[in-house]
Every structure is written in structure tokens, then in C-alpha cells.
Design a binder for this molecule. Structure first.
Ligand code: ZN
Length: 63
């Protein structure tokens, strides 16, 4: 199982989907996506909480 975050669920008007093998990696990728794609300057604890709340366990083929 992996972790999947749909950017739209976090609150952005975006079709981006972040997939990772661990929660830590998913958070890192999501924070990077928010910064580079959406211009979020600082990933606040509130944003981290929001990301965690929409994170789902799904089968992810990463290999
Ligand atoms: Zn996005």
C-alpha cells in the first residue's frame, strides 16, 4: 500500500495527484508540489494537517 494525495482535496484547483510509499515521503512531495506549482511560500502546520487529513491509503505501483 502507498499514500495518495489529491491536490484538489487539499483545496487547490488542480488535477495533481501525489503518490508515495510512505507518509513522510508523501508529505515531502506534497509540500514540494505546493511550493513549486502553487507558489506556497511556507508549509505551515495547518497545511500539513490538511494534507494528512486528505491522504489515503491506496495500492501504488512505484516500481
Ligand atoms: Zn496541485
Amino acid at each position: 500500500m502507498g499514500k495518495v494525495i489529491r491536490c484538489r482535496d487539499v483545496g487547490f484547483d488542480c488535477e495533481g495527484v501525489i503518490k508515495a510509499e510512505t507518509e513522510k515521503e508523501a508529505l515531502t512531495l506534497a509540500a514540494d508540489h505546493a511550493k513549486t506549482v502553487h507558489g506556497v511560500k511556507e508549509i505551515t502546520p495547518e497545511i500539513v494537517q490538511k494534507i494528512k487529513s486528505v491522504m489515503r491509503d491506496e495500492p501504488v505501483a512505484t516500481h
